[in-house]
Ligand binder design. Structure first.
Ligand code: ADP
Ligand code: MG
Length: 764
């Protein structure tokens, strides 16, 4: 028993020891558990912190290098891309002129630099991303390690629990066997029971602790699960980020591709432009080379010429050296020769001047003689064509015919009888203005030599006086042609003579002289003797215009016309009742001799010569007729007196003759153009006009053949000759039968028109 007891005791102590060991081990296990849990907690904390920092890092990366930066990058690239595209378009739009290649290459290097910069940045970003990935991988590895260790710990703990529970079961079994033993043993059992309750308590405590540990492990598991979830979400985030990065990379790649394409096309453009420029340059170069070849050949051909030129030049140089001496010598001899020549020329000049003056005098004399032979007073007739105004019927039939062999004869059929007249010249209706002018132009040029000339247009109204003198703008008459001729003649002589041509225009109506170019055309002008005692006449206040061109003449004529038109309502009628005078004065100075000449050309469109007195006109019409008759008969008187070389010429009997006194007397020349209407109804007026013309012409035909028919003036009433006012010379009064055969009618009408007796002519 004792043995059993000791055995039990031993067992008990053994058990106690084992319990102590168990306790110790439990404590160890506890502390171990605690340490593991703290370690795990720390690890979890660490992981949490790392996760937070990782998240922060990710967001930082995102903000710094991530999406935003890449987006910015992408935007920047897109902007850059757009700019490059525009530049490319501009480049394409530029003409294919020689491309500034350097600019292209600069741009391309810039673009290349930018691209490499961008590539660097991308590589940096990639590096950072891979670092981040590595870090995430490391953290994942560590997490797996921690998980593994946690699993080991849990397995160890389970084994320990198993072992403890097994031991506890063994103890229970031992206790139960002990209880089934004898009383001493009971005691022991009791003790053991007591001891066993303690053990039980310790066991329950350890169980409770175990429970607590299990709870903690469950909690740890929970935390681990959460961490796993966090890790998972972190993985997802990382995957998302990777996807974004891949997307950005793809975009970057695309932009890079685009940029490369753009660069490629730019490069192509540049190459094309360079090629074109190169081709052009080659063509130009070729042309230049060809030119150069031409120039070279020219140069080769020029070289011999140059050599000869150089030789010539050297020769000339040598000559030039000796030239001053030669020149001086030559100059001396030339001077002597020139002096001699000048003397000779001077002598010759003097001789020539003398001869020239003599010739001039001779020419004037000859001209005078010629005109005198022709007759100082020449009479020509001009028959106008039949016009619409002549009407139709027997009255409008032609009454005038011509001699085909003699252009000085005109035949008129008057009241069924043919009457013939001989004048200096007769112009048929077919004659042009130029034909008529040719006949008078010798007279006009004599005006330049200092002669006074009068050209009268005489005839009934409507016979063509104004047409012959003024003409039409398209076909001008004597007035304008005369001035044109004067201009051209004066210009021809311009080297020796200096001429001035002045023009005045006047009108005589009812014996009142008016200035047609004056500011006051109504003003009456008077004819006065020059106060210098020269006996010359002048008209104070008569406007004189200097003319130098046809334009000037036209202006003067226009001005005269305007004055006349504003003055009179019926100009046609008025002009047929008044005498219109154009007075052209030509003053010349001989540049070499200083000789002065003055010639006057009077172009007179006379008032209508028709006999109005017959129709029994009254009032102002009668007064007009009287004045016209008076002035025309005065003109006839003056011409007759001049032709018959009478001592007294009755110039003062009318304003017209008085005004023209200078131009009618002396060696002046007069031309009378008798205008004739060809129609039957005007035959009697034509007859009178032609009679007047023939008589004027026949007054003087040169000294030996002077024909005087002054007695026949009476055939035209207003030119009736009144012996009382003249001192007729017998020779000048010798009658010769007029060709017309018309009977003379004594001056009854003249007396009727000028009843109060004409004022006696005052000698000039
Ligand atoms: P006058 O001045 O004598 O009264 P005009 O000169 O006014 O006469 O002439 C009268 C008309 O006859 C005008 O219409 C004019 O144009 C015309 N006439 C006169 N002579 C000619 C001619 N030679 N050729 C053509 N028409 C003429
Ligand atoms: Mg007229």
């Amino acid at each position: 028993m004792v043995e059993a007891m000791s055995q039990l005791q031993e067992e008990k102590s053994q058990l106690q020891e084992e319990l102590v060991v168990l306790r110790e081990r439990l404590a160890l296990h506890d502390s171990d558990q605690h340490a593991t849990s703290t370690q795990l907690q720390n690890q979890v904390e660490n992981l949490k912190e790392k996760l937070i920092s990782q998240a922060q890092e990710v967001s930082r990366l995102r903000s710094e290098l991530g999406g935003t930066d890449l987006e910015k990058h992408r935007d920047r690239l897109m902007v850059e891309n757009e700019r490059l595209r525009q530049e490319l378009q501009e480049l394409r739009a530029q003409p294919a002129a020689p491309c500034p290649g350097c600019e292209h290459s600069q741009e391309s290097t810039q673009l290349r630099d930018k691209l490499s910069q961008l590539q660097l940045e991308v590589a940096e970003n990639k590096g950072m991303l891979s670092e981040l990935n590595l870090e995430v991988q490391q953290k994942t590895d560590r997490l797996a390690e921690v998980e593994l260790r946690l699993k080991d710990c849990l397995a160890e703990k389970a084994q320990e629990e198993e072992r403890l529970s097994r031991r506890l079961r063994d103890s229970h079994e031992t206790i139960a066997s002990l209880r089934a033993q004898s009383p001493p043993v009971k005691y022991v059992i009791k003790t053991v029971e007591v001891e066993s309750s303690k053990t039980k308590q310790a066991l329950s405590e350890s169980q409770a602790r175990n429970q607590h540990l299990q709870e903690q492990v469950a909690m740890q598991r929970q935390v681990l699960k959460e961490m796993e979830q966090q890790l998972h979400s972190s993985h997802q985030l990382t995957a998302q980020l990777r996807a974004q990065i891949a997307m950005y990379e793809a975009e970057l790649e695309r932009a890079h591709g685009q940029m490369l394409e753009e660069m490629q096309s730019l490069e192509e453009d540049k190459n094309r432009a360079i090629e074109e420029a190169f081709a052009r340059a080659q063509v130009e170069m070729k042309a230049v080379h060809e030119n150069l070849a031409g120039v070279r050949t020219n140069l080769l051909t020029l070289q011999p010429a140059l050599r000869t030129l150089t030789n010539d030049y050297n020769g000339l140089k040598r000559q030039v050296r000796g030239f001053p001496m030669l020149l001086q010598e030559a100059l001396r001899s030339v001077k002597a020769e020139i002096g001699q020549a000048i003397e000779e020329v001077n002598n010759n000049n003097q001789e020539l001047l003398r001869k020239y003056r003599r010739e001039l005098q001779l020419r004037k004399k000859c001209h005078n003689e010629l005109v005198r032979l022709k007759g100082n007073i020449r009479v020509i007739a001009r028959v106008r064509p039949v016009t619409k105004e002549d009407g139709e019927g027997p009255e409008a039939t032609n009454a005038v015919t011509f001699d085909p062999d003699d252009d000085s004869i005109i035949h008129l059929l008057h009241k069924g009888k043919p009457v013939s007249f001989e004048l200096d010249k007769v112009f048929s209706p077919g004659a042009s203005q130029q034909d008529v002018f040719q006949e008078v132009q010798a007279l006009i040029t004599s005006c330049i030599d200092g002669f006074n000339v009068c050209i009268f247009a005489y005839g009934q109204t409507g016979a063509g006086k104004t047409y012959t003198m003024e003409g039409t703008p398209e076909n001008p008459g004597i007035n304008q042609r005369a001035l044109q001729l004067l201009f051209s003649e004066v210009q021809e002589k311009a080297s020796d003579w200096q001429y001035t041509i002045t023009v005045s225009a006047a009108e005589i109506y009812n014996e009142v002289l008016r200035d047609l170019l004056g500011r006051e055309p109504q003003e009456k002008l008077e004819i006065r003797l020059c106060p210098d005692g020269s006996g010359q006449l002048y008209v104070p206040g008569l406007t004189e215009f200097q003319v130098q061109s046809v334009e000037d003449i036209n202006k003067v004529f226009e001005f005269g016309h305007t004055n006349r038109t504003t003055e009179f309502t019926n100009l046609n009628e008025h002009s047929s009742r008044s005498h219109a005078l154009l007075i052209v004065t030509v003053r010349g100075v001989d540049c070499s001799t200083g000789l002065r000449t003055i010639g006057k050309l009077n172009l007179v469109d006379l008032a209508g010569s028709e006999r109005v007195g017959k129709s029994g006109a009254e009032g102002h019409r009668l007064r007009e007729a009287q004045h016209i008759n008076k002035s025309l008969s005065a003109l006839g008187d003056v011409i007759a007196a001049l032709r018959s070389r009478q001592g007294h010429v009755p110039f003062r009997n009318s304003k017209l003759t008085y005004l023209l006194q200078d131009s009618l007397s002396g060696d002046s020349k007069t031309l009378m153009v008798v205008q004739v209407s060809p129609v039957e109804k005007n035959a009697s007026e034509t007859l009178y006009s032609l009679k007047f013309a023939e008589r004027v012409r026949s007054v003087e035909l040169g000294p030996g053949s002077r024909r005087t028919e002054l007695g026949s003036w009476s055939s035209q009433e207003h030119l009736e000759w009144e012996p009382a006012c003249q001192t007729p010379q017998p020779s000048a009064r010798a009658h010769s039968a007029p060709t017309s055969g018309t009977s003379s009618r004594p001056g009854s009408i003249r007396r009727k028109l000028q009843p109060s007796g004409r004022s006696r002519p005052v000698p000039v």
